[in-house]
Design a protein around this ligand. Structure first.
Ligand code: NA7
Length: 557
């Protein structure tokens, strides 16, 4: 529905640039949200900061970037034709292919006409009298919307480290989360990579092949398992296509992480050391994230966890020839899986190359960036190009960059100062008609993101449909429901080993960010049932207000 013909939910007077819903972000969440809202006959406008669709896959273009969830499962399920027709080429899709898929979806469902690209949303202010939002985009233009949906992504706000002297570096500087659109060629160059999270671990083997010399600055080693990536055969694709109904159902309802897989029946300590080694060995050979699902208690029991961690440490010692380097690469400070485990291709073996050097910046912190290198622990390292694989202000970073003001002028940043507070990860008390897709307090980053995105989008769309059918125009989480949910999220997290790691799940990678375990770890199946029950009980824990005729102030444009 075009602008000016909005107001399908609360029957308000029409005006220029007014929408039923403004969606912030055109990644996988924003695109599907738009598609569902159109299906309901609601008017929606998407504002996207980037020049194209794809969200995190639009920005993360670093060499070696690929999804750590298998392609046949990291894909939309809402369209049977789409999932039957799209041809994934590899077990783990590389970033360019995921971006092609996002563009295909945008074209196939004709989404672009309602997406405004290269447009940052700067401000969203709730008008208590009109019970709608005034949304200001870069350049100062304001539009009105009854609802705002933040589809801003969990890993889309690249974090620049605050190294002294960074701006003085004379060579090229790249952040993995904000990579240029043109290919970057490191051939013959001396390159430095700072950071050994997933982005570092994926890019280091490729950069090492190009660079004349690669120096990796590692503060904390991470656990990584081989991807065993390979072209997908037509039989493998057909298996999924034939069984998609059941595979998707199991992923949504029965799996903790939204990934269809064989579930372990036993705990790690129920088997002998030899049996465990064989089982870990088989998973290691198979490759992929499911390594930590070899046993059912790896995330819960430290002794069980140690058996998996020891297995990976032993593989590192086997692969890396220099024992000192191997020791540096072996993680010892956190339980395996309590930080997102990495999935790599030849990461550890890369350190056997003559042109690759590993520097421990935990023992010798980086003191400053110099015009032609950096100084750490009093030693100077020279290089021509610097790659910052230093991660994101995850989960809340992109929301925090928008000046969001709810009832009584309260800002979301002030409310979340001590850590994000939501009911179901979907709404925050004091901010009516503002939804967050895969927000803190929902499984989000602990899951196959597309499964979680589809669940949230469907829940929000059904909710808006319900409001329209019942002549309701405003909805808000109650304080009590939010308090209970925050306590529950916290309690479930502390029943696991996850809070023991200084991870971005905890906000620990951003100086000054409150340490709180942000995602909901109860599992996507459990979570989905809770959300469905809430809806079935007439949106229990939310207050909803009946639409009343109101006089609206004309929007400035
Ligand atoms: P991560 O996982 O947050 O990794 C960032 C890395 O950068 C990590 O090794 C950090 O070490 C390191 N880092 C950050 N700041 C510094 C400074 N100041 N000095 C030295 N080292 C630093 O981000 P990724 O982009 O790799 O991956 C994020 C997610 O994307 C990943 O989990 C997948 O789900 C996809 P630290 O551990 O903080 O000591």
């Amino acid at each position: 529905m075009p602008a000016g013909q909005a107001n399908a939910i609360g029957s308000r007077p029409s005006e220029t640039e007014a929408y039923d819903v403004v969606i912030v972000g055109a990644g996988f969440a924003g695109m599907y949200m738009l598609h569902r809202l159109r299906g309901l006959g609601l008017s929606a406008k998407v504002f996207e900061q980037g020049g194209g669709v794809g969200g995190t896959w639009y920005w993360n273009r670093y060499p070696g970037a690929r999804c750590d969830v298998e392609s046949m499962q990291y894909s939309y399920s809402f369209s049977e034709d789409l999932q039957q027709e799209w041809v994934w080429s590899e077990r783990y899709a590389p970033q360019p292919e995921i971006l092609r898929y996002a563009n295909h979806v945008a074209d196939r469902f004709d989404l672009r006409s309602d997406i405004q690209f290269d447009t940052r949303v700067e401000r969203a202010v709730f008008d208590e009298r009109a019970r709608d939002w005034s949304v200001t985009i870069a350049g100062g233009k304001t539009v009105r919307a009854q609802f705002v949906v933040l589809a801003t992504g969990c890993l889309s706000n690249a974090r620049m480290p605050d190294f002294k002297g960074l701006s003085d570096f004379a060579g090229e500087v790249y952040h993995t989360g904000h990579w240029p659109h043109q290919p970057v060629d490191f051939t013959g160059k001396r390159v430095a990579v700072i950071g050994t999270g997933s982005s570092g671990i994926q890019s280091i083997p490729i950069i090492a092949e190009q660079a004349s010399q690669l120096t990796v600055f590692q503060r904390t080693p991470n656990f990584s398992v081989p991807a065993r990536n390979a072209p997908l055969s037509s039989q493998e694709r057909d298996f999924f296509r034939t069984n998609y109904d059941e595979i998707r159902r199991k992923a949504r309802e029965e799996m903790r992480n939204g990934i269809y897989q064989e579930l372990p029946e036993k705990g790690a300590l129920e088997e002998s050391a030899a049996e465990r080694n064989a089982r870990y060995g088989a998973r290691w050979e198979k490759g992929g994230l499911t390594f930590t699902a070899t046993y059912n208690n790896i995330a819960l029991d430290k002794a069980a966890n140690d058996t998996a961690a020891d297995f990976v440490r032993a593989r590192i010692a086997e692969i890396v020839k220099d024992p000192e380097v191997a020791k540096l690469l072996q993680p010892n400070d956190h339980p395996i899986g309590s930080k997102r485990i990495c999935v790599d291709t030849d990461y550890y073996a890369t350190y056997n190359r003559a042109n690759v050097k590993l520097v421990d910046v935990k023992a010798n912190p980086i003191e400053q960036i110099l015009p032609h290198g950096l100084q750490a622990g009093g030693v100077t390292y020279d290089f021509d190009a610097l790659v910052l694989a230093t991660g994101f202000d995850a989960m809340t970073g992109s929301v925090a960059r928008i000046d969001i003001r709810g009832r009584a002028g309260q800002t979301l940043n002030a409310k979340w100062e001590a850590g994000p507070r939501t009911y179901l990860g979907l709404m925050s008390e004091g901010f009516p008609n503002l939804f967050v897709i895969t927000g803190p307090g929902s499984p989000s980053v602990l899951s196959n993101m597309i499964v979680s995105i589809e669940q949230h989008v469907d829940w929000i769309a059904d909710c808006l449909d319900y409001m329209r059918a019942n002549d309701l125009d405003s909805m808000e989480a109650t304080r009590a429901a939010e308090d209970n949910w925050v306590a529950h999220v916290n309690e479930v997290a502390h029943g696991t080993l996850y809070p023991q790691a200084n991870s971005w799940y905890m906000g620990a990678n951003v100086p000054g960010k409150p340490r709180i375990f942000m995602p909901y770890i109860g599992g996507v199946g459990v979570y989905r049932r809770i959300c469905s029950d809430v809806a079935a009980k007439g949106y229990e824990g939310f207050t909803m207000t009946t639409a009343a005729p109101v006089q609206r102030v004309a929007a400035s444009s």
